[in-house]
Design a protein around this ligand. Structure first.
Ligand SMILES: NC(=O)c1ccc[n+]([C@@H]2O[C@H](COP(=O)([O-])OP(=O)(O)OC[C@H]3O[C@@H](n4cnc5c(N)ncnc54)[C@H](O)[C@@H]3O)[C@@H](O)[C@H]2O)c1
Ligand SMILES: O=C(O)C[C@H](O)C(=O)O
Ligand SMILES: [Mg+2]
Length: 529
């Protein structure tokens, strides 16, 4: 351990004054080498220093790692299934040396964070997400499997890069593409029927299509659609509490969502479900959705069917002076929303004018969620949000920012609204429940658990999410909530020596204790030195 620290210290001195990205990348390389050499020590270091190292092995540095992955590559990690492996996937899966796999994170590299198509270089994302599974959910590192489906790339720069490690062909489309994913899912569920498969960073069309295609057939979920939606919903309910209002006030919140992709639409679908649970009469949520062409209304030509339910009826918004394609600043000025939520992938789109317009919000505590990743793609910085939108805002970002010094001893709290607060618990709870698929009820239980985690006092101080230092505790609680929801829906079949009968008779606290302790690898326990 001492050697490691002196190594880091030496690098710190060498890199003093260097660009932040260079320093972060250097830290990632040190950790990656440790990962290759001594897996147990790597996870021990990660768990003990999760606040310092999550931003290195996960968002935002993992984005930079993916952009440079072919050059950084030293040793393979995980499995790569290419379009050329068609017909061979079953035997490939049976070649994986571990007897049991519990968690798989799968990507095709087509939408890596807000960085676009990075082809096979996107493998960094499954690796980082699974590191969080080990660190936060205590999943056995020998039972995780990062997977890349290499169906080609449409990134011309990568296709021309002599170092690029993936297939040099345009992405497969249509049935050809789906047949590859089908074959992988069949193979994996044949060998490990209880493994949970997390789909990550697929471009929108395939994210929705595969979720619909597999969610009842296999034990899988899409983190960008479903995990993000739960984290965002917890944050949105937190902003209602921060206003000192009862949760039913959620019905009257005006929410502007910028980005009509897999994440933005996932959030809106979940928010609409939450609204319908709160009222028996037909609700008409005041949600406004924008994409790269501005405000989406029913007048939009070639509207995406997934966005259509959220398109505004021109008559409804005419009174506000809004029309199809209205710009973001126009929408914010006229709607005076309670919440401005960005999942657009466009850095800086919440510019000074937009943020200043949030000062006129109808909320006593306007909320700004700049959820796009990595840092350069955040819709605004924390400093700009507090500077332009005012000191009484609630602020959250997908990538970490420092808290903001507001002067006079006051601090603007920065929340990290990232799906890392839910996916490890969703995976852990599903695994321990032994459910064959992940129901809406299990996902709802996860979101509600996170939403009720913070105290009123913390919420009043603008703290909507736990600190990353408590990620193991929140993951255990989310896991327990997921297990209990699976039991309530009669989906739980148990795991290992914990059968469905034992699960049914367990209290919430007992389920939580199991989630906290049961799956934790003993040599990684905090007491292990
Ligand atoms: N914080 C989190 O936990 C979290 C989770 C999932 C995704 N994200 C981030 O959200 C971003 C989007 O992810 P996605 O999967 O929805 O991507 P996507 O490609 O499916 O969707 C992006 C959407 O943004 C819209 N857009 C593009 N330019 C715009 C502009 N100038 N103004 C308004 N809208 C614009 C596009 O039209 C599209 O609807 C990414 O940066 C990703 O990293 C964050
Ligand atoms: O990876 C993250 O940090 C969150 C999310 O899954 C994303 O795609 O941005
Ligand atoms: Mg993602």
């Amino acid at each position: 351990m001492l050697v490691l620290w002196s190594h880091i210290d030496r690098w710190r001195k060498i890199l003093k004054g260097q660009q932040h990205g260079v320093v972060s990348l250097a830290k990632w390389r040190i950790l990656n080498r440790l990962h290759d050499r001594n897996e147990t020590l790597y996870y021990r270091v990660l768990i003990d220093n999760i606040e310092d190292f999550a931003p290195i092995i996960y968002t935002p540095t993992v984005g930079l790692v993916c952009q440079n992955y072919s050059g950084l590559f030293r040793r393979p990690r995980g499995m790569y299934f290419s379009a050329k492996d068609k017909g061979e996937m079953m035997s490939m899966i049976y070649n994986w040396p571990a007897h049991q796999v519990d968690m798989i994170v799968l990507t095709d590299g087509s939408r890596i964070l807000g960085l676009g198509d990075l082809g096979v270089q996107g493998i960094g994302i499954p690796i980082g997400k699974l590191d969080m599974y080990v660190a936060a959910a205590g999943i056995n590192p020998q039972r995780i499997l990062p997977v890349m489906l290499d169906v080609g790339t449409n990134n011309q720069k990568l296709l021309e890069d002599p170092l690029y490690l993936g297939l040099r062909q345009p992405r497969l489309e249509g049935e050809e593409y789906l047949s590859i994913v089908d074959e992988f899912m069949e193979a994996v569920s044949t060998r490990w029927p209880k493994a949970v498969v997390q789909f990550e960073d697929f471009q929108m069309k395939w994210a929705f299509e595969t979720l619909q295609r597999y969610r009842k057939r296999f034990c899988m979920f899409n983190d960008d659609i479903q995990g993000t939606a739960g984290v965002a919903l917890a944050g949105l309910l937190g902003t209602v509490r921060a206003q000192g209002r009862p949760l039913t006030e959620f019905l009257n919140q005006k929410i502007v969502v910028v980005g009509a992709g897999s994440a933005g639409l996932g959030v809106l679908n979940t928010a609409v479900q939450a609204v319908s649970r709160m009222t028996e009469t037909a609700a008409n949520p005041q949600f406004f959705l924008l994409d790269k062409n501005g405000l989406i209304t029913k007048e939009r030509k070639d509207i995406d069917p997934a966005a259509a339910p959220f398109a505004k009826v021109p008559g409804e918004i005419g009174g506000l002076g809004l029309r199809e394609g209205a710009s973001l600043v126009e929408v914010v000025k006229k709607v005076k929303p309670h919440v401005l939520l960005g999942l657009s992938g466009v850095g800086g789109i919440f510019n000074m004018e937009v943020l200043k317009a949030m000062r006129e919000s109808d909320s006593p505590k306007p909320a700004i969620f700049a959820m796009s990743n990595p840092t350069m793609n955040a819709e605004c910085t924390a400093v700009d949000a507090f500077k332009h939108a005012g000191e009484n805002i609630v602020f959250a970002s997908g990538s970490p920012f420092e808290n903001v010094d507001l002067g006079n001893g006051k601090v603007g709290h920065v929340n990290q609204a990232n799906n890392m607060y839910l996916f490890p618990g969703i995976g852990l709870g599903t695994l321990l429940s032994g459910a064959h698929f992940i129901s809406d009820g299990m996902l709802q239980a996860a979101a509600e658990c996170l939403a009720s985690y913070m105290t009123d006092e913390e919420i009043q101080r603008g703290i909507l999410y736990p600190s990353i230092g408590s990620i193991r505790r929140i993951t255990a609680e989310v896991g327990a909530a997921v297990v209990q929801a699976a039991v309530a829906e009669d989906l739980a079949e148990g795991h290992g020596d914990m059968g469905p009968r034992e699960l049914v008779h367990m209290s919430k606290e007992e389920t939580g204790a199991i989630c906290y302790a049961k799956h934790v690898v003993s040599c990684l326990q905090p007491s292990c030195s």
